[in-house]
Design a protein around this ligand. Structure first.
Ligand code: NDP
Length: 460
């Protein structure tokens, strides 16, 4: 008999928690996992996966239009929101069932309840009014959409939690925020035919991304019909007979049938009992962890968005896996958080890895920029005025590729592969030595011979 009910108790069955639970169980640990919503977490249930399905749905309107240039006559297409949502729900149910099956097949006890930490080794199962003990507790509760609760009328808006379940397609949509979710959903609604306005407090979307990439995407989104309101914020939102009326600080008013707030996500630690258990958190409520994922309480660990480091599913999965191998597999693994490739499923799509031009210039004295913007072959016949953009940043002293930034069809797929080269420390000479694949858009990446700009930092 061990001293505890479990070797590991995981709170949160999302990407990071599920991976940690399964690997720990495979390593011989007795594991339980608690989930208050649905197994699979944000990414599978109301994030990346359903979002990607909706991105696909929204792209058909352009495919139908583009077909004409290739000789096709497409009858007037109509779109049915309810069919999309029902089919999407069906697929999410299927994935949810797979996640549950994988957990139970690994021997993990699944507890469908909210769980709270009561002490270094004790967890309260809220719905069953009992406590269990575990040698190690893992916090993997992810994040939750942040809303400005001071804003009058905030109760009328929806977040990414609700957007996947709207009964009807809103005819007019306002998206608030300029980050990943705002940009992706502006593209989805616009593609599906909703009149779409993105409202952002700053001057350009996607702060933190390469500036040229941000501007290129915004221009393409404008061409597709998305309207932008920059440097403005909401002062109130009212329900009217015509829908919702948003009043802005500038005095401008906007009408919509739905307002989606995508103003960031915060670590989901509220009410988890972490304070009382002595787990240190930062000012955003993120659990502070060391390189192994250990919190200030030695028996409590945390992985994924709740730690607010790089809030991406594959990173949470890595952290969960590394935790389980380190703590239960006797194989210490350190997660490398550098050069993480990422995609934004905007329309057109973005893919990026490494430093932005702005970041590169802060670190390196001599940066060569190889960039190109061109009309992809598809659009020579479709006639669509859409550009593809590529930028490769190179340290002129060592020839090492510092960052790659892409906009266009397949950018997400491309950056996954390019990420390998950049992670391996590829030089521009390695890119040049690679024979092009013709005819592709990606061949531009290995055929840009001369720098577009040679940026040199003045000696101090
Ligand atoms: P982001 O952090 O990407 O963007 C939040 C946006 O909200 C920013 O534009 C921010 O502005 C704005 N904002 C924040 N606070 C306020 C405020 N008080 N008033 C007005 N605007 C505000 O968050 P998202 O919600 O878009 O996405 C959450 C996370 O989910 C992302 O960080 C990402 O890691 C992940 N994600 C990843 C995806 C992918 O990999 N493709 C897809 C979707 C989400 P400012 O820039 O000025 O701070």
């Amino acid at each position: 008999m061990t001293e505890f009910d479990y070797d590991l108790f995981v709170i949160g069955a999302g990407s990071g928690g599920v991976r940690a639970a399964r690997i720990a169980a495979q390593n011989g640990a007795k594991v339980a996992i608690a989930e208050e919503h649905r197994v699979g977490g944000t990414c599978v249930i109301r994030g990346c996966v359903p979002k990607k399905l909706m991105v696909y749905a929204s792209q058909f309107s352009e495919h139908f239009e583009d077909a004409a240039g290739f000789g096709w006559t497409v009858p007037e297409a109509t779109f049915d929101w309810r069919t999309l949502i029902a089919n999407k729900d069906h697929e999410i149910d299927r994935l949810n069932a797979i996640y549950i099956r994988n957990l139970t097949n690994s021997g993990v006890d699944l507890i469908m309840s909210r769980a709270q930490v009561e002490g270094p080794h004790t967890v309260r199962i809220a719905m069953e009014e009992r406590t269990v003990t575990a040698r190690v507790i893992l916090i993997a509760t992810g994040g939750t959409p942040w809303l400005d609760t001071e804003l009058p009328g905030i109760e009328h808006v929806i977040t990414s939690n609700e957007v996947f379940y709207l009964k009807e397609q809103p005819r007019r949509v306002i998206v608030a925020g300029g980050g990943y979710i705002a940009v992706e959903f502006a593209g989805i609604f616009n593609g599906l035919g909703s009149e779409t306005t993105l409202v952002y407090r700053g001057g350009e979307i996607l702060r933190g991304f390469d500036n040229e990439l941000r501007a290129s995407l915004r221009k393409e989104m404008e061409k597709k019909g998305v309207q932008f309101v920059f440097n403005d914020i909401f002062t109130k939102i009212e329900k009217t007979e015509a829908g919702l009326l948003a009043t802005m600080r500038s005095g401008e008013t906007l009408e919509a049938d739905a307002i989606l707030f995508a103003t960031g996500r915060w670590p989901a630690t509220e009410g988890l009992g972490l304070d009382a258990a002595g787990v240190a958190m930062n000012e955003r409520g993120a659990v502070i962890v060391d390189h192994e994922g250990r919190t200030s309480v030695p028996s409590i660990y945390a992985v994924g968005d709740v730690t607010d480091r790089i809030n991406l599913t594959p990173v949470a999965i890595r952290e969960g896996h590394a935790f389980a191998d380190t703590v239960f597999g006797n194989r210490p693994v350190k997660v490398d958080h550098t050069l993480v490739p990422t995609a934004v499923f905007s329309q057109p799509e973005l893919g990026t890895v490494g430093l932005t031009q702005e970041e590169a210039l802060e670190v390196y004295d001599q940066v060569d920029v190889y960039s190109t913007s061109f009309r992809p072959t598809l659009h020579t016949l479709s006639g669509r005025d859409e550009r593809m953009f590529m930028k490769v940043l190179v340290d002129a002293e060592t020839d090492r590729v510092l960052g790659v930034h892409l906009m266009g069809h397949g950018a997400g797929e491309l950056i996954q592969v390019l990420g390998i080269a950049v992670k391996m420390g590829a030089t521009k000479a390695d890119f040049d030595a690679t024979v092009a694949v013709h005819p592709t858009a990606a061949e531009e990446l290995v055929t840009m011979r001369s720098p577009t700009h040679q940026l040199r930092r003045e000696a101090a």
